[in-house]
Design a protein around this ligand. Structure first.
Ligand code: SAH
Length: 367
């Protein structure tokens, strides 16, 4: 007894294993190792991915004596909500999560009339060091596991299903890997998460792969690998500059893979997957918003299967940079359009709750 009370668990290097980390075959093996019939894996999976519950009491199709241990070993809580902030009348909701080792990540749920988009994190922090991004300033803490990534989506799906988001019960339709982290630097876990998100129940959440966007600074070998996974997810490339000289400073990984190489990988992705690639471009006043740069970008993107998302820069605390003037933004759009390139200026939901691009977790004193 006293030994038990004074026992201090050693620090785990990794988050606990969770069924969302595993394929159905692996779940069956894991269940069998716990002394249960393999088909219990399907039942457990339905509870998690369909009914969105981890409450043993609710699992009435499982023997009462087995529920607690199955849940303990295969559905441990991986995320603890630290803070939740809403705006837009509750339609935008940001959650700050603490992971088992104290690392903090955030997810944002955005409800629109016709869809619900969740912006999820794939790493605690980020190692890409882009100077305009709050996450980039703090550096990389660690990769997230597949289940830690999936749990953010399940939490959002649960809130919607339980009518906790204004607008009536709903479902998550879109996932964007635009929270903290560089998804392609955590390739294996992110790919596992994409599979769990898109696999039909009981294997996964059954969200259409067409609604999933993986956003990257442009890690060329990983883009090439992703193209061959047979997953019709949208690729978004954070370009932010059409010329290497400027991009070397805004997206430092450009010193390794140049604009030309990144775009070639993107066109190969579009050709292989038949999916239109998104180009992300944060408009920064007097830095990358010149008409000549719009022209250069237009020439690079002309006649390609591409769509440009212009994001007014969301200034990070202490940043010397700010969003472009409205007239410069309009001129940039016109120049791109003159090359026949499809452009939208992205909605900046969640700004007032630090939920907008690149702001995640930066404003948290515990961080
Ligand atoms: N690492 C990935 C995904 C994370 S961020 C990537 O770079 O694509 C998602 C998008 O938000 C990226 O295009 C990123 O460049 C952009 N972003 C980051 N900080 C921003 C800021 N302060 N204002 C506007 N966009 C920002």
């Amino acid at each position: 007894m006293s030994a038990e009370l004074t026992f201090v668990a050693p620090r785990r290097a990794k988050p606990s294993r969770h069924l969302a980390d595993l394929s159905m075959a692996e779940r069956r093996t894991a269940v069998a190792e716990l002394g249960e019939k393999p088909f219990r894996a399907e039942q457990l999976s339905r509870h998690y991915f369909e009914r969105l519950t981890t409450d043993p009491q609710a699992m009435t199709d499982l023997p009462a004596a087995s529920r607690d241990q199955l849940v303990k070993h295969l559905m441990p809580d991986l995320l603890t909500s630290v803070r939740e902030i809403t705006c837009d009348g509750g339609m935008t909701r940001k959650t700050l999560w603490r992971l088992f080792d104290g690392a903090l990540v955030e997810s944002v749920l955005m409800r629109y009339p016709d869809r619900v988009t969740m912006c999820v994190s794939s790493q605690a922090g980020c190692g890409m060091n882009c100077p305009f991004c709050a996450t980039g300033q703090a550096g990389l803490t660690r990769n997230m596991s597949t289940a830690e990534i999936v749990e953010q989506v399940v939490a959002g799906a649960r809130a919607l299903a339980r009518d906790e988001v204004p607008g009536g019960p709903g479902r998550v339709s879109n996932i964007v890997f635009m929270g903290m982290g560089e998804p392609l630097a955590n390739y294996k876990a992110v790919l596992g998460a994409v599979r769990r998100i898109t696999d039909p129940a009981p294997e996964g959440l059954g969200i259409s792969a067409r609604g999933v966007t993986v956003s990257t600074v442009g890690l060329v070998p990983a883009i090439e690998k992703l193209a061959n996974e047979g997953l019709p997810v949208t690729l978004a490339v954070s370009l932010h500059a059409p010329d290497d000289e400027l991009r070397d400073t805004l997206v430092p990984v450009n010193t390794r893979w140049k604009v030309r190489e990144v775009l070639d990988a993107a066109w190969n992705y579009a050709a292989t997957t038949k999916r239109r690639v998104s180009i992300e471009y944060a408009l920064i006043k007097d830095i990358n918003d010149h008409e000549w740069r719009a022209d250069l970008l237009g020439r690079l993107l002309k006649s390609k299967l591409v769509h440009v998302n212009l994001i007014p820069l969301n200034p990070t605390p202490g940043s010397k940079w700010t969003a472009s003037r409205p007239e410069d933004e309009r001129a940039f759009v016109r120049r791109l359009e003159s090359h026949g390139v499809a452009v939208t200026v992205r909605d900046t939901r969640g700004r007032e709750i630090d939920g907008a691009c690149g702001q995640l977790a930066a404003a948290t004193p515990e961080a």
